[in-house]
Design a protein. Structure first.
Length: 466
């Protein structure tokens, strides 16, 4: 058993000293408190693993101390001690948040047994906390979209996340459906519980039922031990079913039953087990057409589409591309430890901004990763970009009358978009900037940059009087 930091709380000095001496000899780090006030001050440091606490003390009682500690968010397990055997007192202590309950006089073997139990539980909880952080990801790595289309997606997420509603996320491959599912979980009441992702298209059909619902030992060939299944692993949390359109029809029936009844039955078992799981599903396929074709159950489709979030492809919110590129560049450079030494050639950045991105955000992440590997001394140039991006830039038609380069063409396109937005806003530039997802100062700066192009275009346009 690993050493624990233990606080002995009792108003009788002899009991405190005997317990402290025994626990210290057993290898634990022990401190003492004679009353609830002193104990709370010591507990507030947040480094006490276990408190052996007397219930009947003058002033603040042991049960009241437990309540105050829990209310303050202090992570200490309490083992209560009393000379007065009472079932009611025991229940009250446990309800207040105590982990265990012992009756005086205490036996050394019993004390060690209780400490081992509490230590094991704390170890498991700490391991789960680490794993949960790995599964959930880091919230600070999220990009804040500025386009109206993506702000609408974020608004939908903020509305549905606090509920337990089933959510269907749709969108092309690479648009970030998994990121959206994770955001829904992180913004929900289940954020401290597991987020379990599963790709329905990556698991063999004959193993899918066992993976989802679990199995008993010996239920089929190779089942040498029992398995909980992903639904029970995600209990109290969120199960993300990616590529739900690849789920076989026979499993669609069982999935519908689990969603409706919140009960699962492992393969080979006759017992149902409760599973409090929130379902978020995702697909890039047309489920409605699959229902028409008989490849997806209509009742499951209706159950999954209680709340629908569609993620538009990048080409439908191009104004996000420049900022998203810079965000991915800085994030990936930060992860590699080179964030302060990274730069990008303006022409390369323009090529990236003008590219169609058929693979959406996933393709952009891969391109950035590749460019960072090839970059000489942290500077990304056109030669570090994939051929499909440079070919597209080179094949773009130029305006022969003006002989514009790529940079001027990109600026002219921006000028056209901004002018249309201002026109639609009846000349209100602040409103136009909001619709475009940029700041008002950025809009004025872009207009100033494009002013020479606008002048040259006007000079080259024949007069109606000529």
């Amino acid at each position: 058993m690993k050493s624990l930091v233990v606080l002995v709380i009792d108003d009788e000095p002899a009991i405190r000293q005997i317990l402290a001496a025994y626990l210290t000899k057993a290898g634990h780090f022990v401190s003492q408190a004679a009353n609830g006030t002193d104990a709370f001050e010591r507990l507030s440091k947040g480094d006490v693993d276990v408190a052996l606490c007397d219930i009947q003390m003058p002033g603040i009682t042991g049960i009241e101390l437990v309540r105050r500690t829990r209310a303050a968010g202090i992570d200490t397990n309490f083992i209560m001690m009393t000379a007065y055997a009472s079932v009611d007192t025991a229940i009250e202590a446990i309800q207040a948040g105590a982990a265990d309950y012992m009756i005086k006089p205490l036996r050394n073997e019993e004390i060690m047994h209780r400490l081992v139990k509490v230590g094991d539980l704390r170890g498991l909880r700490d391991e789960n906390r680490v794993l949960r952080r790995l599964v959930q990801g880091k919230k600070e790595d999220m990009f804040g979209f500025g386009s109206p289309a993506m702000q609408q997606v974020e608004r939908l997420i903020s509305k549905v996340a606090p509920t337990d509603s089933t959510v269907l996320v749709t969108g092309e491959s690479g648009t970030g459906k998994g990121v959206i599912a994770r955001l829904i979980h992180q913004q929900s009441r289940r954020a401290d519980a597991p987020f379990i992702p599963v790709n329905c298209g990556a698991i063999p059909e004959n193993l899918m039922e066992s993976e989802l619902f679990g199995h008993t030992k010996g239920s089929f060939t190779g089942a040498d031990k029992a398995r909980k299944g992903l639904f029970l692993e995600a209990d109290k949390g969120t199960l993300f079913l990616d590529e739900i359109g690849d789920l076989p029809l026979q499993l669609q029936v069982k999935l519908l039953h689990v969603i409706e009844e919140k009960m699962v039955r492992p393969v080979g078992s006759e017992q149902f087990r409760h599973a409090d799981v929130r379902i978020v599903a995702a697909t890039n396929r047309d489920l409605k057409q699959m229902v028409v074709d008989g490849k997806f159950r209509q009742d499951l489709y209706f159950r999954l589409t209680v709340f629908h979030v569609h993620i538009p492809p990048l080409r439908e919110h191009r104004q996000d591309i420049p900022d998203l590129l810079r965000f991915l560049l800085q994030r990936n450079a930060k992860h590699s430890g080179d964030e302060h030494n990274i730069s990008i050639d303006p022409e390369a950045e323009e090529m990236l901004s003008a590219y169609a991105w058929p693979g959406n955000v996933r393709e952009m992440e891969n391109v950035i990763d590749r460019a960072l590997i090839l970059a000489e001394e942290g500077h990304i140039g056109c030669s570090d970009l994939p051929s499909q991006i440079t070919r597209m830039a080179l094949s773009r038609p130029t305006e022969s009358a003006s002989g514009e380069n790529l940079r001027d063409q990109v600026r002219r396109f921006e000028l056209s978009v901004i002018s249309n937005a201002i026109s639609e806003a009846d000349g209100d530039r602040r409103c136009a900037a909001q619709k475009l997802g940029i700041g008002l100062s950025s809009l004025y700066r872009k207009l100033e940059e494009c002013e020479p192009l606008e002048t040259s275009q006007q000079d080259s346009t024949p007069s109606a009087m000529q």
